[in-house]
Structure formats: structure tokens, C-alpha cells
Write a protein that binds this ligand. Structure first.
Ligand SMILES: NC(=O)c1ccc[n+]([C@@H]2O[C@H](COP(=O)([O-])OP(=O)(O)OC[C@H]3O[C@@H](n4cnc5c(N)ncnc54)[C@H](OP(=O)(O)O)[C@@H]3O)[C@@H](O)[C@H]2O)c1
Length: 248
């Protein structure tokens, strides 16, 4: 099992869904976790309390990542809380505003690119200077980058940018011993993909997957913990599909 004792991790969007599961899993492996959220303070505090209740260390940190100032403020808080040394950065926070081409608004397009691309880009810019050899950055891509799954063209483009950034960040940061990868989940049962709670949503999901069950956030968190730890020391610049064999 991956050991992360003595490591400090930031997980963005850790109040709910995959970020929450990832924060709990990193803490279970021994990491001290900064649990980021945007507005859902109560949910973030519950994650922090659960980690502390299990004997771990955690802190809640708020920032709205639609505004670039939120990214800079979050980075400053992370530098303060970690005393200037971060080992694991999981840029997980994301938003999806499904819409057909003709219905996609400029505001929704801009919000998706702000949270899904601009924020991770500048978080890596701001926080990689306090990450050293052996550190790991994990970004969040999506199945939507390689196939259509609903009306998600703008969202898919934002995730496509993440898959591209991984290559370039990994090349740039590799000489400092920092690995950079992304995870590309398929449909996962979270608030974002609440359509899986309907019979049609579940049928659609199982219909595109080789494995016939709906993914849980914990299915993804385990892969992120692996990427964060030393067992993945030779893995960088990659996008790891974790989608139960979707659209094979
Ligand atoms: N669910 C899927 O099927 C699926 C599939 C592929 C990829 N993904 C990607 O996986 C990641 C996690 O998705 P999820 O389904 O776990 O999401 P989720 O359950 O909807 O949770 C989203 C998280 O992001 C935070 N967030 C939302 N808007 C934000 C903003 N403006 N600024 C900062 N943080 C914000 C939320 O904080 P609050 O609680 O404070 O609002 C929450 O912690 C996302 O990048 C998503 O695109 C999801």
C-alpha cells in the first residue's frame, strides 16, 4: 500500500465527489491534506473532521477558481500552511455545463475554461516552485477528450487542454524531479454526473463500459494515490484512463 507519511498534499475541489474521496485516501496513506472548496464550507469541514478523527492532519481552504485572483490567493494560503513545501498537488476542481453548440453561452464557456484550465495552469505555476524532487502533480482530464458523452463540446475542449498540458509540464518540471500526470475518469457517480441516478443514465453508462457497474469516487481516488506515491516514480507525462473500459 502507498505510504505518504510526511507528505503534504493539496486537493482542489475536495469538499465533494472525487476530490473528497481523494483527500480521504491520501490522508489514509499518511499525507497531511489541504482540503480546498469554493462555497461548500460545511462539506469541506466534514472532510477535515473525518481526517482528523482518523488521526490525520487536514485544513480547509476556500477559493473561487473562476476568478484568477482565487488561484493566487489559494497559492498564498498553501505556501503559509505548508511552510513553503508541498509534495502532492491534485488539481481536481472542475465544472461542467452541458449544452448543445447553439445553446453554449460565452459566460459558461469562460467559466469552464477558468476553473478547468486556467486555474490548474496557474496553480502549477505558483506552487511548483515549492515542490521538490519526488513530488507529484495530478491534473484531471476526462473520457470526454476522446469520445462524445453527451453535449459537452466546450467542457471536452477544456479537458483536452489538460491532456496537452501534462506533456509540457512533465517535460518542463522533470529535471527538478517533479512528475506530472493526469487522470481521465469516465462517468463517475458524483453531483456532476447525477444523471447516473436515473434508469436511462445508468443504462447509457453501463452500455458504454466494459465493466458493468457505475464508478464510485473511490475507484478514481485509488489511482490518484498510486500516482502520488513512489510506486509511480517512473510514470510522468501520461494521461491514465480510469473509466471501466469505456467505449473500447
Ligand atoms: N463526475 C464525472 O463523471 C467526471 C468524469 C470525468 C472527469 N470529471 C472531472 O473530475 C473532477 C471532479 O469531478 P466531480 O464529479 O467529483 O465534481 P463535483 O462532485 O461536482 O465536485 C466539484 C468540486 O469542485 C469544486 N468547485 C466547483 N466550482 C468551483 C469553483 N468555481 N472554484 C473552485 N472550486 C470549485 C466544488 O466545491 P464546492 O463543493 O465548494 O462547490 C467541489 O469540491 C472535475 O475536474 C471533473 O471535470 C468528472
Amino acid at each position: 500500500m502507498t505510504q505518504l507519511h510526511g507528505k503534504k498534499a493539496l486537493v482542489t475541489g475536495a469538499s465533494r465527489g472525487m476530490g473528497r474521496a481523494t483527500a480521504l485516501a491520501l490522508a489514509a496513506a499518511g499525507a497531511e491534506v489541504l482540503v480546498h472548496y469554493s462555497f461548500n464550507e460545511k462539506a469541506a469541514n466534514t472532510v477535515v473532521e473525518e481526517i482528523i478523527g482518523n488521526g490525520g492532519k487536514a485544513h480547509a481552504v476556500a477559493a473561487d477558481l473562476r476568478d484568477i485572483q482565487g488561484t493566487f490567493d489559494l497559492s498564498e494560503r498553501v505556501r503559509e500552511i505548508t511552510s513553503g513545501k508541498l509534495d502532492i498537488l491534485v488539481a481536481n476542481a472542475g465544472i461542467a455545463r452541458p449544452a448543445r453548440l447553439e445553446d453554449t453561452t460565452v459566460a459558461d464557456f469562460d467559466d469552464m475554461f477558468a476553473v478547468n484550465v486556467k486555474a490548474p495552469f496557474f496553480l502549477v505555476q505558483q506552487l511548483s516552485p515549492i515542490m521538490g524532487a519526488g513530488s507529484s502533480i495530478i491534473l484531471t482530464s476526462s473520457l470526454a477528450t476522446r469520445t462524445t458523452v453527451g453535449d459537452l463540446s466546450a467542457y471536452a475542449a477544456s479537458k483536452g487542454a489538460i491532456s496537452t498540458l501534462v506533456t509540457h509540464f512533465a517535460a518542463e518540471l522533470g529535471s527538478r524531479g517533479i512528475r506530472v500526470n493526469a487522470i481521465a475518469p469516465g462517468v463517475v457517480a458524483t453531483d456532476m454526473s447525477s444523471f447516473v441516478e436515473t434508469t436511462e443514465g445508468q443504462e447509457f453508462t453501463l452500455g458504454i463500459q466494459a465493466i458493468k457497474r457505475v464508478a464510485t469516487p473511490e475507484d478514481i481516488a485509488g489511482v490518484i494515490v498510486f500516482l502520488a506515491g513512489d510506486d509511480a516514480r517512473w510514470v510522468t507525462g501520461d494521461v491514465i484512463r480510469a473509466d471501466g473500459g469505456s467505449k473500447l
